[in-house]
Each structure stands twice: as structure tokens, then as C-alpha cells.
Design a protein around this ligand. Structure first.
Ligand code: DAK
Length: 262
């Protein structure tokens, strides 16, 4: 059982075995991402990440808004030096250090930092009402939490330019078509779909799952040759695990594997 501190701006739950949910909960501000809420969300994800009973996390918001971006009212008074010197407002790199897979369950607005957080997750399940956008240009800034890089890699340069230069929002169907999201479901069922997907991740060998996430992410950081070398090293490493012996043994013996996550 995961032991969380008391949170004020997020909710946590474990709706199914192995699945930990972190929900943004500032409904009046359409889940605008202030320092407190991102800090609490990252802390909750880190706690789930350390919990051996959790195999996959879901990051979500409300049906109306996953998150309408970073909190503009909070950023309004910040200087370049404030942002450069970091602190809670800028420390979003914590999300990239989570080892277990995270699924973003997105409905309604996923704008600015909201879209960037969803794209930093490993998979995205969207509701039919989801709208993905990077409207920072309207504020005289640009996407500063990975949007120019992750969106461009996901949907290609020309459409990414349109999204960022003129605030072109992508519907859920467009996001699916261009490969930004894994699947789209009605607003009534998208969260359930995300839980079902998370259960499939959580019931597998967590050692192999974790290293697979690491290897896929490496593809964004390195050349093909270096990535292939990295992949091979993780592949050989898995041949030293009890789960590899169990997985292959179970196949040969025609039974279901029982993972030890070792
Ligand atoms: N920040 C603060 N409050 C927000 C907000 C936001 N991003 N979005 C909505 N709200 C608040 C509104 O101010 C309003 O509050 P009250 O005025 O009632 O107190 C309430 O939510 C409801 O919003 P609306 O009345 O505007 O509702 P509508 O349905 O009419 O419009 C909307 C919904 C989502 C289209 C609209 O609210 C909107 O355009 N919101 C702003 C969207 C936006 O521009 N997002 C990008 C923000 S910039 C970084 C990390 C992150 C970032 C950068 C760097 N580092 C780690 C370096 C990210 C930057 C951004 O995301």
C-alpha cells in the first residue's frame, strides 16, 4: 500500500492492482500548473515509482481539462533570472526521471505545459474532447517544457510549426492520426481505457518493462548505432534476471509466467 503525504492540489488512487493514479485537481483554474500542483504531482509519481506494488502510473486531470498550461498568473511576475535559476517552477525534469511507465489520460484542454507534460509521459489515452495545443505564442513566449522538441518529433515539422506559430489546436482524432496519442475513447470511458492499458503494463515483468522504457527513450537521445549498442547491453542484462528464466521457462512448459520482478 502506497503511503502518500497529504496533498492539496492533486488526488491519488489505486483503481486496480499495480496501477497508481495521480489526478490534477485545480478545477476552477482548469488545472493550470502552478508550482504547488506540479511539485505534488511529481512527488506522488516518485512515491509510486518506489512502491514495488505499483507497475504503471496514470497522470490525469478532469473531463474538462487535463491542464490548461502553466499557471500564467504565477508566471506573470517572474523574470528571466527567476526562470533560469529554477526552483519549483522550472524543475519539470523530475518527470523524466520516473523509471516506470506513465500513461497520460487526457480529456479537454491539454495546452502549453499541459500538452508538454502529456507528451513527456510514455503513452497517451485521449477522450474525444481532448484538444492539444501550444498557445504560448499568444503570450509572447515559446513552449519551454519540451514542446518544440517532443511535438515536432511526434507529428513532424510542418504541422508542429502551425501548432506553435499560430496556435493551431489538434483534436483528439487529429492527434491520433498524426501519432501523438495511442488511442481515443468517449469521454465516459477514456479513463477506464487508460486503467486497462496500465493493468497490461503492470502485470508484466517490471524489470523488463523498466529497461524497455529506458531503451525506447534512448532512441530520442542518441544516434542509431549508439542506440543499438545500448539496446544490446540492456538485452544481455535481462538474461541475468530471474524473470527471463521464468518467462522462457513458462513458454517452454506451456504455462503462464509468474513474475518476481527480479
Ligand atoms: N493559467 C492560469 N489560469 C488559467 C489558465 C492558465 N494557463 N487557464 C485557465 N485559467 C483560469 C482562468 O483564468 C479562469 O480563472 P478565473 O478568471 O475564473 O479566476 C479559469 O481558469 C477558467 O478559464 P476561462 O474562463 O478562460 O475558461 P474558457 O473556457 O473561456 O477558456 C481556455 C478556456 C483554456 C481556452 C482559456 O482559459 C485559456 O486560453 N487559457 C490559457 C491557455 C494557455 O495560454 N496556456 C499556455 C500557458 S503558458 C516550463 C514549464 C512550463 C511552461 C514553460 C516552461 N519550464 C519548466 C521551463 C509552460 C508554459 C505555459 O503553459
Amino acid at each position: 500500500m502506497t503511503d502518500h503525504p497529504t496533498y492539496e492540489t492533486i488526488l491519488t488512487e489505486t483503481p486496480a492492482p499495480g496501477v497508481g493514479v495521480v489526478r490534477f485537481n485545480r478545477p476552477k483554474a482548469l488545472n493550470a500548473l502552478n508550482a504547488q500542483m506540479t511539485g505534488e504531482a511529481f512527488t506522488a509519481l516518485e512515491i509510486f515509482d518506489r512502491d514495488p506494488s505499483i507497475g504503471c502510473m496514470i497522470l490525469t486531470g478532469s473531463d474538462r481539462a487535463f491542464a490548461a498550461g502553466a499557471d500564467i498568473k504565477e508566471m506573470h511576475g517572474k523574470t528571466a533570472v527567476d526562470m533560469f535559476m529554477g526552483g519549483d517552477v522550472t524543475d519539470w525534469s523530475r518527470l523524466t526521471k520516473i523509471g516506470k511507465p506513465i500513461i497520460a489520460a487526457v480529456s479537454g484542454f491539454a495546452l502549453g505545459g499541459g500538452c508538454e507534460i502529456a507528451m513527456t509521459c510514455d503513452m497517451i489515452v485521449a477522450s474525444e474532447t481532448a484538444a492539444f495545443g501550444q498557445p504560448e505564442i499568444n503570450l509572447g513566449i515559446l513552449p519551454g517544457a519540451g514542446g518544440t522538441q517532443r511535438m515536432t518529433r511526434a507529428i513532424g515539422k510542418t504541422l508542429a510549426m502551425e501548432v506553435m506559430l499560430i496556435d493551431r489546436r489538434l483534436t483528439a482524432e487529429e492527434a491520433l492520426h498524426y501519432g501523438l496519442v495511442n488511442r481515443v475513447a468517449p469521454v465516459e470511458t477514456y479513463f477506464h481505457e487508460a486503467v486497462e492499458l496500465a493493468k497490461k503494463v503492470a502485470e508484466r515483468s517490471q524489470v523488463a518493462i523498466r529497461l524497455t522504457k529506458e531503451a525506447v527513450n534512448k532512441a530520442f537521445e542518441t544516434s542509431l548505432a549508439e542506440g543499438l549498442t545500448y539496446e544490446k547491453r540492456l538485452f544481455y542484462l535481462l538474461f541475468g534476471t530471474e524473470d527471463k528464466a521464468e518467462g522462457m521457462g513458462a513458454f517452454v512448459e506451456k504455462r503462464q509466467p509468474v513474475w518476481k520482478n527480479r
